[in-house]
Structure formats: structure tokens, C-alpha cells
Design a protein around this ligand. Structure first.
Ligand code: NAD
Length: 306
């Protein structure tokens, strides 16, 4: 089987100085991509700037025979996002791959969460994604090619305690990914989500001694495929944790049609409303939102005739 490579392609990876982003950068760099290794290099909370982590990853890629440049602009502002994309264009004149992976954490209960900490996490994760996707999209669409990978989390799919800022950001990423996938479809630009699990500095304070092997390098090949020209999906969510690769999806129960409803009817029909026997799992691309409406209307038409 042929080895999948990225020769001649340019990849921008945010937060690539450490952890998961570093593993993605080393993999793509080793397989021929020219890589913009973006990382602010600050603390887990997102404070401070240090070129060290990004430069070390660049040095590793170059030592292995690859090409890379370091960039310390912050994804947290529109200017920073534009500067990160500009780094690719100014150096190599193109951008084929965008992986938004940068992240910070500032945990607190909802009741204790300061607006500063709420906004800081949204700025890096969710608005950060928009700050790089917005300048990258027109370049990719005009070129007729692009691969975008955004980063969600089980914190976004399922929530967790003390991470409302993070959960909101990671759930919002699904919305951004879906729209980018739809808008990119006719231009051969895909956008997918990775829902990773790996022991990195984000696990600080957690006892990981009983965990199975779950280094970032186990996640990197999944992001590698989503970044490759052979990636045949868009608007999808891939899970990768401790060697398990799976898909997550939005699903609906088939539900119940009635021409009229009372509050009591909802309670009476609760079991049927929640019956997962025939789920609707609608592909985002080409048009899950249309399928949702069309299928719902079809039930109404069928129900009103019976
Ligand atoms: P990490 O802290 O090792 O790496 C994140 C990197 O992002 C850091 O090097 C940091 O300096 C950089 N960064 C932070 N703010 C930035 C900014 N404003 N601009 C540019 N870079 C910035 O963490 P990680 O575990 O490798 O996390 C990577 C991504 O994966 C994050 O989005 C995280 O939410 C997500 N994630 C991780 C896990 C996990 O199990 N590790 C689980 C779910 C989601």
C-alpha cells in the first residue's frame, strides 16, 4: 500500500508547540508538508509568550529533513489569526491544510466563572477557530482545494464539571465545522472535527498512572488522514482516544407525529418520542438541514392522511 504523503503542500497548525499539535506537526512534516508551527508558547491558562516550544518543533522537523517555520501569533484575535495564515502565504505562497488545535483551560463552576476566564477560553478555542478559518477559507476555495480540521472534545459533546467556557467552545466548534463543510463542498474544501484524548499537559493534576497508552502520536494519524487529499468525508466528527478510533454524530429519534399536541400528550408519548430504534443520522454534507425539514414534513403529510 502506498504511503500517504503531503509533498508540495503547506500546513498551518495552531498550538503545535506541544502535546497533540506537536504530534500532528511532526507527522505532517515527516511526510513532506511544509509546516507553520504556530504556538504562543504560554501557560496552560494561555498567559505569556515564548517562542521556545514552536521553535523546538521546527528544529525537530528540519533535523528530520523537513521544512517548517515557527510563528507565535495568538489565535485569540482576528489580527493574530490573519498573521498566522499570512505566515504560510508569505513564506510558501499557499495553504492546503489548516488544523486549529490551540487551546487553554481556565476551570471554575458556572457560579464562580469570571467573564475574563469565560472570554479567554472562547477567544482561543472557538473564536480562535473563526480567526484562522475566516482568512483561510477564501484562499482554499479560490484554489479549489483545502483540508480543515478543527478540535472538539468530549467536554463539548457531553459537558463536564467546571468547564462551561471550554464546553461552550467545543460544542460551538461543531457549528463552525458544519458550516465550513457546507460552504467548502463545491470547492473541494473539507472541514472535519477531531475529538481527541491524549495525555498532555492538559492532564496536569489528573492521576494517569492506570491509563492505557494514550500518547498524542496515537491521535496524529487520524488527523493526518483528515488532512490528506484522500480524505473523502466532510462535516464529520472523528474520535481518537487510547487507540480507539470512532465517529461521533448528531442523531435524532424518528419521533411522533400528531396534528395537535397538549402538554399531557408529550408525557404520554415520551417513550415513543425517545425511541432510538430508527434514528435519523443525517449527513451534514450535502444538506442535513434540508433532510431534517423534508423528513419532518413527510411525516406530517403521511400522518394527516391516515
Ligand atoms: P497543550 O496545552 O499541550 O497544547 C495546546 C497548545 O496551544 C499549547 O502549546 C499552547 O501554548 C497553545 N496555545 C494556547 N493558547 C494559544 C493561542 N492563543 N495562540 C496560539 N497557541 C496557543 O494541550 P493538548 O492536550 O495538546 O490540546 C490540544 C487541543 O486538543 C486543544 O484544543 C484541547 O482542547 C484539545 N483536546 C485535548 C484533549 C486531551 O486529552 N489532551 C482532549 C480533548 C480535546
Amino acid at each position: 500500500m502506498s504511503e500517504k504523503r503531503f509533498d508540495g503542500q503547506v500546513a498551518v497548525i495552531t498550538g503545535a508547540g506541544r502535546g497533540l499539535g506537536k504530534a500532528y506537526a511532526l507527522l505532517l512534516g515527516a511526510k513532506g508538508a511544509k509546516v507553520v508551527v504556530n504556538d504562543l508558547g504560554g501557560s496552560l491558562q494561555g498567559d505569556g509568550v515564548d517562542v521556545g516550544p514552536a521553535q523546538e518543533v521546527v528544529n525537530e522537523i528540519i533535523a528530520a529533513g523537513g521544512e517548517a517555520i515557527a510563528n507565535t501569533d495568538s489565535v485569540a484575535t482576528p489580527e493574530g489569526g490573519q498573521a498566522i495564515i499570512n505566515a504560510a502565504i508569505n513564506t510558501w505562497g499557499r495553504i492546503d491544510i489548516l488544523i486549529h488545535n490551540a487551546g487553554n483551560v481556565r476551570p471554575a463552576l458556572i457560579r464562580d466563572m469570571s467573564y475574563e476566564d469565560f472570554n479567554s477560553v472562547l477567544d482561543v478555542h472557538l473564536k480562535g477557530a473563526f480567526h484562522v478559518v475566516k482568512p483561510a477559507m477564501p484562499l482554499m476555495c479560490d484554489a479549489g482545494y483545502g483540508r480543515i480540521v478543527l478540535t472538539s472534545s468530549i467536554g463539548g459533546l457531553y459537558g463536564n464539571h467546571k468547564v462551561v467556557n471550554y464546553g461552550v467552545s467545543k460544542a460551538g466548534m461543531i457549528g463552525l465545522c458544519n458550516v465550513a463543510a457546507l460552504e467548502g463542498a463545491e470547492h473541494n474544501v473539507t472541514c472535519n472535527l477531531i475529538v481527541p484524548g491524549a495525555v498532555t499537559r492538559m492532564a496536569e493534576g489528573i492521576d494517569v498512572s492506570a491509563y492505557p497508552p494514550m500518547g498524542p502520536e496515537l491521535v496524529a494519524p487520524v488527523v493526518g488522514w483528515l488532512s490528506h487529499e484522500s480524505c473523502s468525508v466532510s462535516g464529520e466528527m472523528f474520535v481518537s482516544i487510547a487507540g480507539r478510533v470512532a465517529k461521533a454524530f448528531i442523531g435524532e429519534t424518528e419521533g411522533v407525529y400528531q396534528p395537535e399536541w397538549t402538554i399531557d400528550d408529550v408525557e404520554t408519548q415520551l417513550e415513543k418520542i425517545g425511541d432510538t430504534t430508527n434514528p435519523w443520522i443525517l449527513p451534514v454534507v450535502p444538506a442535513a438541514h434540508v433532510d431534517h425539514i423534508r423528513n419532518s414534513f413527510a411525516m406530517a403529510v403521511k400522518g394527516s392522511k391516515s
